[in-house]
Design a protein around this ligand. Sequence first.
Ligand SMILES: [Zn+2]
Length: 242
Amino acid sequence: MLTKDTAICIRALDYSETSQIVTFFTRATGKIDAIAKGSKRPKSAFDGPLEIFSYGKIVFSDSTKEKLAVLTEFQQQPGFTHLAGNFFALNCCLFGAELLNNLTNEHDPHPQLFDNFLQFLQNTNEIRDTLVLLILFQLALLKEVGLQPILNACVNCKRRYGSNWPESYFSSSANGLICRDCENSFPDRIGMTQTAANALSNLKSIADADEKTLNEIEKVLVYHFTEILHRPPKMAKYILKR
Ligand SMILES: [Zn+2]
């Protein structure tokens, strides 16, 4: 059976002299692994070798959870050329793809998350804007996979977050904000500045946050993803070391 879908390549590995194994995040099917036979031949049926972030309409067959799908068509659309030469934006997109690959399951569709990821790839630009998009994408990803953090109240005592909180913490094990009265019960909590806690508790204000605040929030999220995955995401160091 042939399936048509819209897809973004989030991983491409050489399989043989002429073929590749690629992981697609598709809009309607979710994540799939597919073999692209002959994709590295000069005249391939797929508009040339597949690369990470190749994007377009695909047709594939024989896809089950147990075996590789076979890619039969790929009409590539103009790629995300603005990423060439913009190392920070490219690294953020690679980081997003890594998280997406690690946190979603095969054949588990998330059309909303697909649209979020596409917008993220299309709109990354200056450092500050890119950080805003990365943070919003990471929060959308957590929500879609059932790990939405609690950011408007203390997870433990349910006290609503307010900018009058004298101290704010984030705990990965609690999956959200922790107030000063509860922080002792959460050894893994990390402190946050009031500015960062304000921005995180009111996502509409993230777009106006300054770069320093965005970096602080991103550090919190990297810590959180490290706990969730039980190891640091590979790309995280390129996002934080600037
Ligand atoms: Zn509390």
